[in-house]
Design a protein around this ligand. Structure first.
Ligand code: ADP
Ligand code: MG
Length: 687
């Protein structure tokens, strides 16, 4: 079943296959599990008098008059009515044949969205059907609506899915999971039947994501079990690998200790001792360190690296952006200042000739510590004796990328230790499952002496006043980040925003006092801009969100975020984490449109009131609903078909137990479940 190819279905040729592939559908099973995101009710006819703008409804009407008009643009307007009321039906695109067909007296069945114009209720471009007077409705069930690739309509995909389901045989269904969880006793084919073809009287919310209809819960739980079984397997597989035991502490460790100007916090020390314990073992460490922005994760990474380096092994330090990789490169070089010739930076912007030499030096183990971006994942990067991988801000990397790096151990038999640093605060039950293959440490304390950041909201109309205040602050040596939003869909517009703001502020503060940072600058220019700001040559750094992670300039003390209402709370928190890193009193000003919705104001207030990443994440969850927090989806941990690990977290614990029993007692069943649900999305097998 799993492998039945798409082209075995009637109506599917190579070009359709290609399109379906685009949305992750590769075989018949994928089609069966491609679930609707909404439903239309075409089983009942609504009275026009009961319609409200925004409704999507089926109506049965008689055309009273039909008219083509040309002002302001060409359109066809039908005046139509049922027994009680009138409605206008409007088409902007139509064929001459339609004008001939749609005449007064004709009866129509129309399905579409209701809107309100100054002429009354309207349907614009409804789907319609000309019917006879005694027409009976064909649809007895709700009509599912699916995500479709460009070029494939709803009707088509519905047809494909129906025929795929009719081919789903009982053998496929016969995974005896209910033996482990009685609540799974509904047959999977019945569950799919209900979700793809629900009866008209069903409560739609119950079968949509977040609903609690048994059919939905049936599918959801099985996917969660499969996912957790995968994680369980992954963990035991990792633990079967051999790793180098790293216990020696000499030069490198001594160097960090003498060059790090602070005393470690209690939390840092605790996490480091956990890491040391892991590294002394001959099984690979898989440890995740969670610590809020500014909690001091970098030095933890450096001390872990030193342990491997002291035993003459190689270390790879990964950062999600070139900018951050460069920052880390500089800080690590300053920690290990006696070994700088053994430390190198490798990013997408490294020149080909340099790169060639670096690759050779890595192979020959002349370079011991490499800091880089995803460029480190590439196939031709080979190590001689890589013993430790450190991944900073891991939520920026996809699972598969991380797996790729893990395979880069020079020796066949042994795997490198892995240390992951992240600021993404996610609820505990969630992290226990999502990171089930890792051990988790938490840095639950900030370095001493930090003053809380004063955060305030300000409408755009008060910008002039703000500029005056900033002007005064700069005279007293303040340093200001000025953040302009970055909207992915239109990089150019954003660039404009940054340029304009830069120009604006330059007028106020002088050209040479205002720096400018954005994604389109070359790596070198970016570094220049940061350095100038660091060295206080500039006092204001206008930037996009490229400074979001990792940039560390402790004496920057003011941050202005424009259009703050457009950002997610977690992102605002990350951004704000760039200030308040030193002993100065710091200020974050959230500039927003003059008129914002209550909910936006409420969200920004969370940030004004709290500086605790976990708390902010939780509040975000309450206000926005679970679908949107920077949980599993954004972190790209695992692309799941049906489950949203945040929204559906109530099922995590019970399914985890079931998954563990299945893995212990019936690994074959576990494999089948993994195959059914997540085989395509994650390389559990060869991780
Ligand atoms: P994170 O990566 O967790 O956001 P960083 O590692 O960038 O945080 O550290 C933030 C700032 O705090 C840096 O300027 C760093 O030098 C400083 N710092 C780290 N640990 C301590 C400590 N124990 N005492 C004082 N300052 C510290
Ligand atoms: Mg960091």
């Amino acid at each position: 079943m799993a492998n039945i190819e798409l082209k075995q279905l009637k109506g599917i040729g190579p070009s359709v296959v290609e399109k379906l592939n685009l949305i992750g559908i590769f075989n018949l099973r994928d089609l069966c599990f491609h679930l609707p995101f909404g439903y239309q009710d075409r089983t009942k006819i609504s009275n026009i008098s009961d319609l409200h703008p925004g409704d999507e409804r089926l109506i049965k009407v008689k055309i009273i008059s039909a008219q083509s008009i040309y002002r302001p643009r060409k359109m066809m307007v039908l005046k139509a009515a049922d027994s009680y009321s009138n409605i206008n039906i409007r088409f902007f695109y139509f064929h001459p044949a339609q004008t001939k067909q749609l005449k007064a007296g004709i009866e129509l069945l129309c399905y579409g969205k209701v809107s309100l114009s100054r002429y009354g209720l309207e349907m614009i471009h409804p789907e319609y059907e000309v019917i006879a007077n005694d027409h009976e409705l064909k649809d007895k069930k709700l009509t599912p609506v699916y995500r479709v690739p460009k070029g494939i309509g709803q009707k088509k995909i519905r047809g494909f899915i129906q025929s795929a389901i009719s081919k789903l045989n009982f053998e496929e269904d016969f995974l005896n999971v209910e033996r482990y969880d009685a609540s799974l006793n509904m047959k999977i084919i019945d569950a799919l039947g209900i979700i793809h073809n629900p009866e008209a009287n069903i409560d739609i919310d119950e079968i949509l994501p977040g609903g609690s209809h048994p059919a939905r819960v049936r599918l959801l739980k099985e996917e969660m079990i499969a996912f957790q079984a995968g994680m369980t397997f992954l963990k035991s597989k990792q633990k079967r690998n051999h790793a180098f035991s790293l216990t020696k502490e000499s030069d490198w460790t001594a160097e960090v200790k003498s060059n790090f100007p602070f005393k470690l916090t209690r939390a840092q020390a605790k996490v480091i001792s956990e890491i040391k314990e892991d590294l002394s073992q001959e099984v690979p460490m898989m440890r995740l360190v969670q610590g809020d922005v500014g909690s001091g994760k970098t030095v933890v990474g450096a001390l872990a690296a030193a342990l491997a380096l002291d035993s003459s092994f190689q270390v790879a330090f990964m950062a999600p952006t070139t900018l951050l990789a460069e920052q880390h490169y500089l800080s690590l070089k300053s920690f290990f200042c006696k070994h700088t010739e053994k430390i190198i930076l490798l990013t997408g912007s490294t020149s080909t000739s340099k790169r060639k030499k670096i690759l050779q030096d890595l192979k020959d183990s002349k370079i011991k510590l490499v800091i880089g971006t995803h460029a480190l994942f590439q196939k031709n990067v080979e190590f001689s004796n890589l013993a430790l991988i450190i991944i900073d801000e891991q939520h920026r990397f996809g699972v598969n990328q991380r797996l790729a790096l893990r395979k880069k151990n020079g020796s066949e038999r042994s795997a490198p230790h892995q240390l992951t640093l992240t600021a993404t605060p996610i609820p505990r039950t969630l992290s226990m499952s999502v990171y089930a293959n890792m051990d988790v440490s938490v840095i639950d304390e900030l370095p001493p002496g930090r003053k809380p950041i004063q955060t305030s909201c300000l409408p755009l109309s008060a910008k002039d006043r703000l500029i005056k205040r900033i002007s005064a602050a700069i005279k007293k040596d303040s340093k200001v980040y000025w953040i302009c939003p970055l909207i992915e869909e239109s990089e150019n517009l954003d660039l404009n925003a940054v340029m304009e703001t830069h120009e604006d502020l330059s007028e106020h503060f002088g050209q040479d006092k205002v720096g400018c940072l954005h994604g389109k600058l070359s790596a070198l220019k970016k570094q220049d801009q940061i350095q100038a700001f660091k060295d206080s040559k500039t006092s204001i750094l206008v930037s996009t969100t490229v400074v979001e992670v990792g940039v560390d300039i402790p004496d920057a003390d003011i941050m202005v975020i424009e259009n703050a209402e457009r950002f997610g709370l977690a992102q605002l928190h990350q951004l704000r984490g760039r200030i308040g890193r030193g002993s100065k009193e710091s200020y974050c000003i959230l500039l927003h449109k003059d008129k914002i919705q209550d909910i936006s104001a409420q969200r920004l207030k969370v940030l004004v009131d709290s500086q605790d990443g976990f708390k902010i994440a939780e509040e975000d969850l309450v206000i926005r609903g679970p679908g949107e927090i920077m949980g599993a989806q954004q972190t790209g941990i695992v692309p799941m078909k049906y489950t949203n690990l945040v929204r559906d977290s109530q099922y995590l614990m019970e399914t985890k137990k079931v998954a563990e029993s299945i893995c212990n007692e019936d690994p074959e069943l576990a494999n089948q479940l993994i195959e059914r649900w997540i085989s395509g999305s994650i390389a559990f097998a060869d991780a």
